[in-house]
Design a protein. Structure first.
Length: 477
């Protein structure tokens, strides 16, 4: 069956959009098919769209969503969609493939999540055979997606299963055996479950790649393509990311058919509510400057390059009275979950993190992100900074720059399309306090009680006991 005909058939919007396109130019097919646009440098050249995109909507009520889903949105206080939701949902609900780019906090999760749930509404999955698949690069992002979609899935009586590493594979296999319409997964763990015979993808009709560019950066491309080759041929594919570059070109060319292309922001991800500061510091004053920023009133995420550096800084901050905790890939999943919960509820005021927290972590009212170590490239910078100024809120991103890092950091800012404010500072300076709220720490050591999983010894070969309940998390929209 022709995919375009299948996806437009029966859609309430299928005949409305003749000659109109919200998110991509219409291009005719030449002898060799649609021409691809070119883009400079490492930029991604989006494919030409042959079929015009459907127009954006002004509110959720204007979408072909099940009434129970609309009621759940109203119960969550959501009536007006974010731009990426308004532009892409009419098309994804009609069955079109979608390629969407929007900065972190722009509402990408519900942009694809509502479409996934609506498209499989009323269906029931057989054991081990999900109907929809969401692939994410990290455990944290998978959990955030699950948390964001749970109230809406419950409204439609659809079952979600989260399949990620670092957690009990037996429990995940059990959830799949019990039947789950939607699986939210990281590629490696899903492959493990498929190899064990606990999951099949041949009934998956809707597939989402969330933050696809990071999956390619992390070396998951072979696993991702192997999984995509197992889903139902002719199914719908939705690819969303905060940044798109040439690394995802193969995925788009191979797996997306005549996609609607929508970009909320330019690739630089410039956010008008976000301030960017480069603070030039000296080597011998960097730690003191970092400590005073950490001692500010209010929460802050501090990014460092390595897990060992994150652990060292967290330990030093605790010793001078700052309630800090480290988050990185060397921690178990239960430790990472507990640390995030403590940060979100204010028990911990400084999250000292590596890039594991650069995507998929949503914390309400976080107004400061500090790059203690400048990131390796502009994409990492954008995703680190994206933890603040989310969903219209304001925020500040500060990068500490040593003398030998100035030239490279200036180049990074140019690649990100950002013109930062540059200030030379020292610890104790009024300008440092003005920009970041820095102040001297109390000097009284604090001790954080380790999570139960870090305290209680476990018997060899025994699985850790599951916690009752789940810490509250900010919902990712």
């Amino acid at each position: 069956m022709d995919r375009t005909a299948r996806k437009n058939n029966g859609s309430p919007h299928s005949r409305k959009a003749a000659g109109r396109s919200v998110s991509a130019r219409t291009a005719g097919a030449g002898r060799g098919g649609p021409r691809r646009r070119t883009a400079p440098g490492g930029e991604f050249a989006p494919p030409a769209t042959l079929t015009p995109a459907l127009p954006a909507v002004d509110d959720f009520a204007g979408l072909a969503l099940p009434e129970r889903l609309l009621a759940a949105l109203r119960a969550e206080g959501m009536t007006v969609p974010f731009p990426i939701q308004a532009a892409t949902l009419p098309n994804s609900l009609a069955g079109r493939d979608v390629l969407g780019r929007g900065r972190t906090g722009s509402g990408k999760t519900l942009a694809f999540g509502l479409a996934v749930l609506a498209r499989i509404d009323g269906q029931r999955a057989e054991p081990r055979q999900p109907l929809a698949l969401v692939l994410t690069p990290t455990r944290e992002l998978a959990q955030q997606v699950t948390d964001a979609l749970t109230p809406y899935a419950q409204a439609l009586r659809l079952r979600l299963a989260t399949v990620v590493g670092g957690m009990s594979i037996g429990r995940q296999a059990s959830a799949l055996r019990g039947g789950a319409e939607v699986v939210v997964a990281t590629p490696g763990r899903l492959k493990d479950l498929i190899d064990r015979g606990d999951c099949r993808l041949d009934r998956v009709t809707v597939t989402v790649l969330d933050e696809a560019d990071q999956m390619t950066d992390m070396g998951f491309m072979p696993q991702v393509t192997a999984l995509l080759d197992q889903v139902q041929p002719g199914g719908q594919r939705l690819l969303f990311s905060a940044t798109l570059d040439r690394n995802v070109d193969r995925l788009v060319r191979t797996y997306l058919h005549d996609p609607v292309v929508h970009s909320v922001d330019p690739s630089a991800g410039a956010v008008t509510t976000m301030e960017h500061h480069l603070l030039h510091v000296e080597d011998d004053d960097k730690h003191a400057t970092t400590t005073e920023i950490a001692a500010r009133d209010g929460r802050v995420i501090m990014f460092l390059d390595t897990k060992h550096a994150a652990d060292r800084l967290a330990k030093k901050l605790l010793a001078v009275g700052v309630r800090a905790s480290a988050l990185h890939g060397g921690k178990s999943q239960s430790q990472r979950t507990r640390t995030l919960a403590r940060f979100k509820d204010g028990e911990v005021t400084v999250l000292v993190a590596t890039n594991v927290a650069a995507r998929g972590i949503h914390v309400d009212n976080l107004d400061l992100v500090v790059n203690v170590d400048p990131p390796a490239d502009h994409k990492d910078y954008l995703h680190r900074g994206g933890r603040t100024a989310r969903a219209g809120e304001s925020g500040t991103v500060v990068t500490l720059v040593l003398p030998h890092q100035r030239r490279e950091t200036a180049r990074l800012m140019a690649d990100a399309g950002i013109t930062p404010r540059v200030t030379r500072v020292r610890s104790g300076a009024a300008e440092l306090s003005r920009i970041t709220g820095a102040q001297a720490p109390s000097g009284v050591p604090v001790v954080l009680t380790p999570p139960p999983s870090e305290n209680a010894p476990t018997r060899p070969g025994s699985a850790p006991r599951a916690r009752r309940g789940r810490p509250s998390r900010g919902r990712r929209r």
